[in-house]
Design a protein around this ligand. Structure first.
Ligand code: ADP
Ligand code: GLC
Length: 487
C-alpha cells in the first residue's frame, strides 16, 4: 500500500475537548487510518483544555504578519493513541474559560468565532501549500464541519495547494456571518458569490467548504441521501444535489477500546455477552447513584444527549408520565436548551425514584448509563450518524430510534423475523409523533418481559462489529480517488 499523508483539521478531539460526536470521531478515525498506512496528523485550536492535557510538546512553527489575524504558533505533540497533533496556539483567540464555541456565562457563541475558526482554516491552507514552514507536507487536507469550511477558499488562491475534502457531521450548523467578514478574513473578494461562499446574503463557512472541497463525505449513507432533499438540506440541498457525484456517505465507527464493557474504566462491574451478571450489577449501581428505586425487574430507559430540538427529546419528556405507569424508569443525562433542562428537572421532582435527571456533561456517567440501563432512546428529528446507538448495542442496551440518518443505517428493527435471523438490534419507529415513540417503547417493554427473547436481542446487539476499520478503509479509498491514485 502506498502511504498517503493527510492533515486532518477539527475543532474538537476526544479525550482533550468534546461537546459531541465530532470529538469521538476525531479521536478515533485518525488512529484507525494510521493503522492502514495513512500518515494522519491532526490540526486543532489550542483551547485551554488542549494546552493543559496535550503532554510534552515542542514549537514547530510561528506565524506572524498573516493579514487579518493575530500571531500564532504551532506546537507538536503526540496523543496517547499515537496520533501526532499540531496544536494552533493563539492565546488571543483560544485561551479563555468556557467551551470551544460559546461563552458559558451568556450561552452565546463567541463573537470572534469567524476569526477563531478563520485562523484555523488559514493555517490549514498554509500547511497544505508551498507556504508551509513544516518539513512534513500533506498530500491532502481533510476538514470537518463549518469550522474548517474556509480551508478550500484559502487553498484556491495558494501556490502549490494540495486537494482538500470536507466531512459533514451536521448540516444544521453552518457558520453563517455578515458579508463584511469576507474582507476581515482576507478572503478573495470574488469568492463572495452564489458560486462560492455566499448563502442568502451572508457568507457561509459551511457553504464555502461544500463548494470548494474536491470531495464531500458525510457520516452515514442515509444522511448523504437525506441532505440532498428539501426536508433535511437546510438550504444547501441545491448545491449538494449539483455535487451528488462527489458525495460519499461513510458510517462512523466507534472506539472499541474506550467503549468496551469488558474493560471500561468507568464501570463498577464488567461484563460480556457470555457473562452478563456484571450488567445487572451496573444497573443496581446506577439506580443507587441516581436515587432511583433499586429494582432489578423494572425496565430502565436511558438518554445521554445534547438537549436540543435535533434530538427530539421534547417528545420523550411529553410522554414520560405515561411511561412511568408502564412501568418504566427513566434516566436522563444531558445539557442544552433551558426549557428542556427545566422540564426534565420538573419530571424528576414529580416522579422521585422513577425519573432521574442529571444536567451537565459527565463522561464517566455516560458510560455507566450505557452499561446500567436496559434500553436507550434516541428520537432524533435528524441524526447524521449518532454514536450512542452503537455504544448501546455494544453494552447490551437495545436502542429505540427514529427512522432517520445514521440511526436507520445502524439499528435493525426487532420483528419475529429479524429476531430469528439474528439481525434484530433495537426498535425503529417512523413518523415523528409521541404516539409512534410511545408505541416503540411499549414494543421494547413487551419484549423485555420475555426474558428469553430479550437475551437473544441483547446477544445480537453485542455481537455486532462497530470498529473503525471498515470505515477507515472507505476514507482511504476516497483519499486515493481524490489524489487520482490507485494503490
Ligand atoms: P452529537 O454529536 O450530535 O451530539 P452523537 O451521538 O454523534 O451526537 O455524539 C454525542 C456524543 O456526546 C456521545 O459520545 C455521547 O455519549 C456524548 N454526550 C452527549 N451529551 C453528553 C453528556 N451530557 N455527558 C456526557 N456525554 C455526552
Ligand atoms: C454530529 C451529528 C451526529 C454524528 C456526529 C459525529 O454531531 O449530530 O449525528 O454522530 O456529528 O459524526
Amino acid at each position: 500500500m502506498s502511504e498517503i499523508k493527510v492533515l486532518f483539521v477539527t475543532s474538537e478531539i476526544a479525550p482533550l475537548i468534546k461537546t459531541g460526536g465530532l470529538a469521538d470521531v476525531s479521536g478515533a478515525l485518525p488512529a484507525a487510518l494510521r493503522a492502514i498506512d495513512v500518515d494522519v496528523r491532526v490540526l486543532i485550536p489550542g483551547y485551554p483544555q488542549v494546552m493543559a492535557q496535550m503532554g510534552p510538546n515542542e514549537v514547530v512553527a510561528s506565524f506572524t504578519g498573516i493579514p487579518g489575524f493575530p500571531s500564532s504558533r504551532l506546537l507538536f505533540s503526540i496523543m496517547k493513541s499515537g496520533v501526532p497533533l499540531l496544536v494552533l496556539d493563539c492565546p488571543e483567540l483560544y485561551q479563555r474559560e468556557g467551551g470551544p464555541y460559546a461563552d458559558p456565562v451568556t450561552g452565546h457563541d463567541w463573537v470572534d468565532n469567524p476569526l477563531r475558526f478563520g485562523l484555523l482554516c488559514r493555517i490549514a491552507a498554509i500547511l497544505g501549500s508551498d507556504e508551509s514552514p513544516l518539513s512534513w507536507h500533506p498530500d491532502l487536507v481533510h476538514g470537518n464541519d463549518w469550522q474548517t469550511g474556509l480551508t478550500g477558499v484559502y487553498l484556491s488562491v495558494a501556490a502549490g495547494a494540495v486537494p482538500n475534502i470536507i466531512t459533514i457531521h451536521n448540516l444544521a450548523f453552518q457558520g453563517n456571518f455578515r458579508p463584511k467578514k469576507v474582507e476581515l478574513l482576507h478572503l478573495p473578494p470574488e469568492s463572495y458569490h452564489i458560486n462560492g461562499i455566499e448563502l442568502y446574503g451572508n457568507m457561509s463557512f459551511l457553504k464555502a467548504g461544500l463548494y470548494y472541497a474536491w470531495h464531500i463525505t458525510t457520516v452515514s449513507p442515509n444522511y448523504a441521501r437525506e441532505i440532498q432533499g428539501d426536508e433535511l438540506g437546510f438550504g444547501l440541498q441545491g448545491l449538494l444535489r449539483a455535487r451528488s457525484d462527489d458525495i460519499t456517505g461513510i458510517l462512523n465507527g466507534i472506539d472499541t477500546d474506550e467503549w468496551n464493557p469488558e474493560t471500561d474504566k468507568h464501570l463498577p462491574s464488567h461484563f460480556s455477552a457470555a457473562r452478563m451478571t456484571g450488567k445487572a450489577q451496573n444497573k443496581q449501581a446506577l439506580q443507587t447513584r441516581m436515587s432511583l428505586n433499586v429494582d432489578a425487574d423494572v425496565p430502565l430507559l436511558a438518554v445521554v444527549s445534547r438537549l436540543t430540538h435535533q434530538k427530539g427529546l421534547d417528545l420523550l419528556l411529553e410522554i414520560a408520565p405515561q411511561l412511568v405507569e408502564l412501568p418504566v424508569q427513566l434516566v436522563i443525562l444531558g445539557s442544552g436548551e433551558a426549557f428542556m433542562q427545566e422540564s426534565a428537572r420538573d419530571l424528576a421532582l414529580r416522579y422521585p425514584g422513577k425519573v432521574a435527571v442529571m444536567i451537565g456533561f459527565d463522561e464517566a456517567l455516560s458510560h455507566q448509563i450505557e452499561a446500567g440501563a436496559d434500553m436507550f432512546v434516541m428520537p432524533s428529528r435528524f441524526e447524521p450518524c449518532g454514536l450512542n446507538q452503537f455504544y448501546s448495542q455494544r453494552y447490551g442496551t437495545p436502542p429505540i430510534v427514529h427512522n432517520t440518518g445514521g440511526l436507520a443505517d445502524s439499528v435493525v428493527d426487532c420483528t419475529a423475523e429479524t429476531l430469528n435471523d439474528g439481525t434484530a438490534s433495537g426498535f425503529v419507529f417512523s413518523g415523528m409523533t409521541t404516539d409512534n415513540l410511545y408505541a416503540a417503547i411499549v414494543r421494547a417493554v413487551g419484549l423485555y418481559q420475555d426474558q428469553r427473547k430479550w437475551r437473544v436481542l441483547r446477544r445480537n446487539c453485542m455481537s455486532k462489529d462497530f470498529s473503525w476499520e471498515t470505515s477507515a478503509r472507505a476514507y482511504r479509498k476516497v483519499y486515493l480517488n481524490v489524489l487520482g491514485r490507485t494503490e
